[in-house]
Design a protein around this ligand. Structure first.
Ligand code: PLP
Length: 400
């Protein structure tokens, strides 16, 4: 019979995908399920980016490119890091991969030896711990609840560092919490890292353009240049430019790390898609005005969702600084029973109840390493969000 390699034996199929599959199955049965699970903008890729891609196809950009990114795209990324983040990277300190997910994978495969520890604050994007485990590292999970603003504290970081710590992974704004680190939030953490030169910092800035209320996005390599030689600054075009399907992510970091990551990539995917790279050059160098409008639209939806959630007894939602998720506490509905007799003991029970009996698909906090919470992705129309929140309110009111 088949048995999987031990390196993947601890990793299940993502709960998010399972819920998505169940929601789709209910839809096929004719139920009008509203899915608030997807981690992608509902906007389309802008036309000027699509045009650049089709031009590139006819101009012959249909062959392998340089291993970890075409010179044109690396230049565009270099310009972006300078212009938007104030961080200078040389071209050989930049790498491009098939999504930020592959960037993370390349980085962990290139650096972790079995048992090396990676500090990950919870709630975290589910792939972080799974990628660390595939690379035979050990995720060290640290709970950062709503009261802490879903942010890691310097004392927690200090206490978690051991001689085996290789990385700490931070994500601002965060999927799933929407919480972001200001410069003042980052500073004490960076001071801890300055005292532990064996620990490297991976920052995932995927949602940098989706921030609200004049929140000022900053990246650690800009705040503390002394950490730049052990920081990997990860970003991508997926969320900012509504380009999830194009599969382009990138990073800036120390030359030797970037080189080692290219070794992994060379035996996995050779190079990122040539056409998508050409499109990404246009995304980064082209007009940026539409980003503001899109963020304003996300902010309206955030406000709608947060206030509707907080009006529901038993739920408690912190206002996120960015991204397009809410991560709402649901401690107040646990221990209750639905009219059907179903007991709600955990956030997973609550989400299963919402899906089965209220036709709304959301993801339980257990999928992101911190309970009891649930994540809503509000990258869907305001009309659908309103209906979904009414359904959640009704479902909660029926619990006793
Ligand atoms: N980082 C975070 C925090 C994400 O939420 C995602 C996607 O959901 C990614 C990275 C990966 O993005 P991609 O592989 O599409 O570049």
């Amino acid at each position: 019979g088949f048995s999987p390699a031990s390196r993947i034996s601890t990793i299940g199929v993502s709960q998010i995908l399972k819920i998505g599959a169940r929601a789709q199955a209910l839809k096929r049965e004719g139920r009008l399920v509203i899915i608030l699970g997807a981690g992608e903008p509902d906007f389309d890729t802008p036309d000027h980016i699509k045009d650049a891609a089709s031009k590139a196809i006819y101009a012959g950009a249909t062959k392998y490119t340089a291993l970890d990114g075409s010179p044109e795209l690396k230049k565009a990324i270099q310009g972006k890091f300078e212009r938007e983040n104030g961080v200078p990277y040389a071209l050989d300190e930049i790498t491009v991969a098939t999504g930020a997910k592959q960037i993370l994978f390349n980085a962990m495969m290139a650096t972790l030896n079995p048992g090396d520890e990676v500090i990950i604050p919870t709630p975290y994007w589910t792939s972080y711990s799974d990628i660390v485990e595939i690379a035979e590292g050990k995720p060290v999970l640290i709970a950062c609840d709503a009261e802490a603003g879903f942010r890691l504290k310097a004392e927690q970081l200090e206490a978690a560092i051991t001689p085996k710590t290789r990385w700490v992974m931070l994500n601002s704004p965060s999927n799933p919490s929407g919480a972001a680190y200001s410069e003042a939030d980052y500073r004490p953490l960076l001071d801890v890292l300055l005292r532990h030169p064996h620990v490297w910092l991976l920052v995932d800035d995927m949602y940098e353009h989706i921030v609200y209320d004049d929140f000022k996005f900053v990246t650690p390599a800009a705040i503390e240049p002394k950490l730049k030689n052990r920081t990997l600054t990860v970003n991508g075009v997926s969320k900012a430019y509504a380009m999830t399907g194009w599969r382009i992510g990138y990073a800036g970091g120390p030359r030797d790390l970037i080189k080692a990551m290219a070794v992994v990539q060379s035996q996995a995917t050779s190079c990122p898609c040539s056409v998508s790279q050409a499109a990404s050059v246009e995304a980064l160098n082209g007009p940026q005005e539409f980003l503001k409008e899109r963020t304003a639209s996300f902010q309206r939806r955030r406000d709608l969702v947060v206030s509707a959630l907080n009006a529901i007894e038993g739920l408690d939602c912190r206002t996120p600084e960015g991204a397009f998720y809410t991560y709402s506490g649901c401690a107040g509905v646990l221990g209750k029973t639905a009219p059907s007799g179903r007991k709600i003991d955990t956030d997973s029970d609550f989400c299963a109840y919402l899906l089965d009996e209220a036709d709304v698909a959301v993801v339980p906090g257990s999928a992101f390493g911190l309970s009891p919470y649930f994540r809503i992705s509000y990258a869907t129309s305001e009309e659908e969000l309103k209906v979904a929140l009414e359904r959640i309110a009704t479902a909660c009111a029926q619990l006793a």
